[in-house]
Design a protein around this ligand. Structure first.
Ligand SMILES: CC1=C(CCC(=O)O)c2cc3nc(cc4[nH]c(cc5[nH]c(cc1n2)c(C)c5CCC(=O)O)c(CCC(=O)O)c4C)C(CCC(=O)O)=C3C
Ligand SMILES: [Fe+2]
Length: 376
């Protein structure tokens, strides 16, 4: 073993957990059935979302993006002398978490550290992953590895910094396109969720015990940090707002608003000439980004005569890959009872790694068991 290598004991593997997406037209409908089972999504919405996938040949980019991330992460870990095999499992499509956990068991993995490709606190981005992990380890039975997870990384510098550079580059592009980039509006975008899901988010966790609302609070913190950094880099303060995309669910259920398209209307009415969209809710340029933003929101901007640029997600940016390595090393130190450095940007503290009982509650099935909580 390399004497300089960071200590990643007690872990003997790393597990990347993602959403999953279809890779062929025949996969689209079964994938959507997996995602929406028991979630009360109207049939019209499913037909519409199916069309988004078909318009990209029935292939979501998300699995390839995870393959790319694993490839660079393998190099990153190896070049730092970290000898952890990387496993990958999805919630909704092949490779399924259940199969991955069975493989890990067969390979003799005893204790793994995992990371979700979801940076923030919510039922959809955290507890739902934890429920699926419970099911997958239960199915793997005796000998299934014990699991821990890294903290939520929305406020890790390696997640935030690529957005700052991306925004500065997008502003330069708009300037080359002839827009007054000092007047460009910054539009921070994330996935809409039901208001009730936001209210339950992070309840009982961290310093905000009992308050909930962590999903919106975390995004606002990230937006504030990025807007300030972009202002400093470009010596110009620009108005900015946090808005939402990809709403689904029945119309009578309130979800976080405003929708990005409605917000572009508001900005146009307000006399704005151009916008930079920052998809801070997303880790890679998957379907929500390439359809809901690059296709739909871009068309809205064109109709309104707004100059438009979209900032890339962290994806395989070297700073994000470094951050993942640091998060693994940090979590291992915590597991050994140490108190490692926990770099953050913004006003919020580093996030918890063990969720309290009832955090991000499952509102349909509050008793459904989940892993990685203080109750197990
Ligand atoms: C917070 C959040 C994230 C970010 C955290 C994370 O990354 O996990 C996220 C990511 C993603 N969501 C994705 C796809 C879908 N999400 C859906 C539905 C829903 N998402 C929700 C929330 C979120 N979703 C919610 C509250 C619903 C309603 C149903 C329910 O209450 O559970 C539906 C059903 C159809 C529709 O209604 O849109 C689809 C197809 C893909 C894959 C993209 C690809 O294939 O490239 C990704 C990465
Ligand atoms: Fe989603």
């Amino acid at each position: 073993m390399d004497p300089q290598a960071p200590d990643t004991s007690p872990y003997d593997a790393f597990l990347l957990i993602s959403f999953g997406g279809p890779e062929r037209p025949e996969d689209v409908v079964p994938f959507l059935e997996n995602v929406t089972r028991g979630r009360g999504i109207p049939r019209e919405r499913l037909v519409e979302v199916g069309e988004h996938y078909f318009s990209f040949g029935g292939r979501s980019p998300i699995n390839d993006q995870n393959r790319d991330l694993i490839a660079v992460l393998q190099l990153e870990l190896a070049s730092h002398g970290i000898d952890l095999p990387i496993y990958w499992g999805n919630r909704n499509w092949d490779p399924y978490l259940t199969d991955t956990l069975a493989t890990m068991r067969d390979d003799g993995v005893e204790r793994a550290v995992c990371l979700f490709t979801s940076a923030y606190t919510s039922y959809s981005g955290c507890r739902q992953y934890r429920e699926n992990l419970y099911d997958a380890t239960t199915a793997a039975g005796d000998g299934a590895p014990r699991l821990d997870r890294v903290r939520h990384y929305f406020n890790h510098p390696g997640f935030v910094e690529p957005f700052v550079d991306g925004a500065v580059a997008a502003l330069e592009q708009l300037k080359r396109d002839g827009y007054d980039s000092d007047d460009t509006r910054l539009v921070f975008v994330t996935h809409s969720i039901p208001d009730a899901m936001n209210e339950a988010s992070g309840r009982g966790a961290g310093d905000d015990a009992a308050t909930g609302g962590a999903y919106v609070r975390e995004h606002r913190d990230v937006a504030d940090v990025i807007a300030a950094a972009v202002a400093a880099r470009t010596a110009t303060e620009r108005p900015y707002e946090l808005v939402y995309c990809s709403r689904s669910g029945p119309p009578q259920v309130p979800w976080l608003e405003p929708d990005v398209n409605d917000h572009l209307e508001t900005l146009a009415d307000d006399g704005a000439a151009s916008v930079v969209l920052l998809p801070i809710g997303f880790v890679s340029d998957h379907m929500e980004v390439i359809y809901d933003l690059d296709t739909e929101a871009k068309a809205t901007a064109e109709r309104l005569g707004l100059g438009f640029a979209r900032v890339p997600t962290p994806g395989v940016d070297a700073r994000f890959v470094t951050a993942i390595r640091e998060l693994i090393v940090e979590r291992a130190a915590q597991a050994r009872g140490e108190t490692p450095d926990q770099p953050v940007v913004g006003a919020l503290p580093p996030s918890w790694t063990v969720c309290p009982v009832g955090c991000c509650a499952n509102q349909r099935d509050p008793e459904r068991p989940a892993l990685l909580g203080s109750d197990r």
